[in-house]
Design a protein around this ligand. Structure first.
Ligand code: DX5
Ligand code: ZN
Length: 223
């Protein structure tokens, strides 16, 4: 179950709990997973790397017993290596870090790998995709940010799809290309056409009263 995102090359929808109601997380998580989300995306923000603060390892630990679903942790924090072990211990299955947050991304990717989880790398919209090319062999996931990291509910940046088109042909079949920000029924198809495998969705699921219907609509838009 926890390796589900890698067992098939089918497009997967990852629900970002950033837009969930934190006072009833267990029910929120149950609803989106029963409603058709494939796994969960955990947006970790430190108030330094991005201008917002979300949650830390204790939150991940608290929701780990709620589900067997794969936990895809997106660390929007400075010093990701300092905190990665705590997130792995808390139950994260993947650690994705920002290339802008570290001095030696190769070392960071190798050290995260040693923790026994999948490794992801991502970049801000302003960062060039070529910066990731030398690291491709070291990661399982490349995450394209299609909004400025920090908040859910922002508008999709279609120009970021150029990055997907550039990097996808360089990736192995066992690696996954993920997109995060502004994905909904109106934007998902163009992202799929650009080569995206995993689609992170927060507001387009959690801001709707019927989460199952929202996920079904997004999936239908994949075609
Ligand atoms: C943004 C986060 C996203 C965010 C997506 O910094 O990394 O994962 O939750 O939110 P939506 O789907 O609302 O754009
Ligand atoms: Zn994210």
């Amino acid at each position: 179950m926890t390796d589900k995102p890698f067992t098939s090359s089918a497009p997967m929808i990852s629900a970002s709990v950033l837009s969930a109601d934190f006072s009833k997380l267990d029910r929120e998580i149950d609803e989106v997973l029963k409603g058709g989300a494939d796994f969960l995306h955990l947006d970790v923000m430190d108030g330094h790397f991005v201008p917002n603060i979300s949650f830390g390892p204790h939150y991940v630990e608290s929701i780990r017993p709620v589900t067997k679903a794969y936990f895809d942790a997106h660390l929007m924090i400075d010093e990701p290596l300092r905190y990665a072990p705590a997130f792995v211990k808390a139950g994260a299955n993947n650690i994705t870090f920002h290339i802008e947050a570290v001095e030696d991304p190769e070392m960071v990717a190798k050290e995260i790998r040693k923790l026994g989880v999948h490794v992801g790398i991502t970049l801000r919209p302003m960062t060039r995709i070529e910066t990731l090319y030398p690291l491709l062999d070291l990661v399982d996931v490349v995450l394209i940010m299609s909004v400025k990291p920090g908040f859910s509910g922002q508008k999709f940046m279609p120009d970021q799809l150029e990055k997907a088109r550039a990097i996808k042909p360089r990736m192995r079949p066992d690696q996954r290309l993920e997109i995060d920000g502004g994905i909904n029924a109106a934007t998902i198809r163009q992202a799929r056409d650009a080569g995206i495998d995993w689609f992170v969705v927060a507001s387009a699921i959690f801001d709707k009263p019927d989460r199952g219907a929202a996920i079904a609509e997004i999936r239908r838009a994949l075609g």
